[in-house]
Design a protein around this ligand. Structure first.
Ligand SMILES: *Cc1c(COP(=O)(O)O)cnc(C)c1O
Length: 399
């Protein structure tokens, strides 16, 4: 099911819709990425860094109280325990090695909540590369701590003042910068989005998540696959990593949680798979939230990391084909689920990840079902949002 053709299409989605000036550098990347990332030398360096620098393998934790509550066996894949606090670094470690092997000296990236910006600035510090991050001015103000982390790591942060001044505008600005410096600059895309080959590169870098789930589950249950995989979905990278090695296994049900915001029947939503139509965004054909004139609409959600009006093309394809069931989780449901996981298991999840936790309520499990849910990141960055909205968490919010 996970198949791209030689032009980078997953079914009818994907491809590379890029300005002429980027043609050569995108084409070079298309030609070079597979031979590089499949080489023994690359794999050795990548896995050594994941182990000793990032802290992999991340635990697969049996959440006993949550299991009892939902009437099944729930394992949490703890991507929140990675260095820098989320799954993003699995990808930036891989892409920085790729950039180095391609002889690039300067790295640029977009960021929303700042998690990808921090993960990028981190690996650039590690590898002594120049690093410039594009971030919407609104997000710069909302995510002050991550901005300071990036600066401390040596990155230059450019506040973007076009459009709504959020993630989508930061992506556009990064692409504009790339057009001005196509020769020496590597654009480090943070999710399974952008022109081919980025969706494939990012999915492969994150596939370490399901590679580990397989052997960890086998060790714990005697079986290397679960009945359900659950993850949240913004651009789609932690979801892609979670499902990568299971897409062709029909025994595994895939349930993804996108950000419903105030609800999919309102204008305040980021649920692209529910509300989007076919279009082109940041170099790829995919589902896009757009108005009747085809203008891209602003995404709205309490979670800065899911605040994107597009979706990775592989997920547009897999959801069209019915391989993925996608639920829209609203802000209040995510906040509640974040408090629930915190109180029941002592794990404060990122608000993005809390969307995945909220999906548990919407599924009917059988007693012997095995469920693996990816906790994509830790909630430290979100404490203020949790506090501001604790009224949504009813019994947990009384403190
Ligand atoms: C960025 C981010 C996401 C959303 O991105 P995907 O590419 O869809 O995984 C989810 N969770 C956390 C913690 C993030 O930082």
């Amino acid at each position: 099911m996970y198949k791209i053709d030689d032009k980078g299409f997953f079914g009818k989605y994907g491809g590379a819709y890029i300005p002429e000036i980027l043609y050569k550098c995108v084409h070079d990347l298309q030609e070079q990425y597979l031979p590089i990332i499949e080489s023994d030398e690359f794999k050795k360096e990548y896995h050594a860094l994941l182990k000793d620098y990032v802290g992999r393998p991340t635990p697969l934790y049996h959440a006993k109280k949550m299991s009892e509550k939902y009437g099944c066996t729930i394992y949490l894949k703890r991507e929140d325990l990675n260095h820098t606090g989320a799954h993003k670094i699995n990808n930036t470690i891989g892409q920085v090695l790729l950039a180095k092997k391609m002889g690039k000296k300067r790295i640029i990236a977009e960021t929303g909540a700042g998690q990808h910006g921090v993960a990028t600035a981190t690996v650039c510090a590690l590898m002594d590369l120049e690093c410039e991050i594009f971030m919407g001015k609104t997000d710069v103000e909302r995510q002050h701590m991550n901005v300071e982390r990036m600066k401390m790591l040596g990155a230059k942060v450019h506040p973007v003042t076009t459009g709504n001044m959020t993630l989508s505008d930061a992506c556009s600005e990064a692409i504009r910068d790339w057009c001005c410096h196509p020769e020496n600059t590597y654009y480090m895309v943070g999710s399974t989005m952008g022109p081919h080959p980025y969706p494939d590169i990012v999915a492969k870098m994150q596939s370490v998540i399901s590679e580990e789930i397989k052997w960890q589950l086998k060790e714990k249950t005697g079986r290397d696959y679960p009945d359900y995989l659950i993850a949240c979905i913004g651009g789609g990278s932690n979801a892609a990593g979670t499902i990568y090695h299971y897409i062709d296994n029909p025994n595994v049900k895939i349930v993804l949680a996108e950000a419903g915001g105030h609800g999919i029947d309102t204008d305040y939503t980021a649920a692209t798979i529910h509300c989007g139509q076919e279009g082109i965004i940041h170099g790829a054909r995919t589902l896009v939230m757009q108005d009747d004139d085809g203008q891209i609409k602003e995404a709205f959600t309490i979670s800065a990391g899911l605040d994107y009006p597009g979706i990775g093309p592989m997920h547009a394809d897999l959801s069209d084909k019915g391989r993925e069931k996608v639920l829209a989780i609203n802000d209040d449901e995510a906040i509640y689920a974040g408090y629930e996981l915190t109180r029941m298991e002592g794990i404060i999840p990122a608000i993005e990840s809390a969307h995945a936790v909220a999906a548990l309520k919407k599924l009917n499990f059988k007693k012997d079902d095995i469920v693996v849910l990816t906790v994509s990141g830790r909630g430290d960055k979100d404490i203020e949002t949790y506090l501001k909205n604790k009224g949504m968490a009813r019994e947990y919010g009384n403190f």
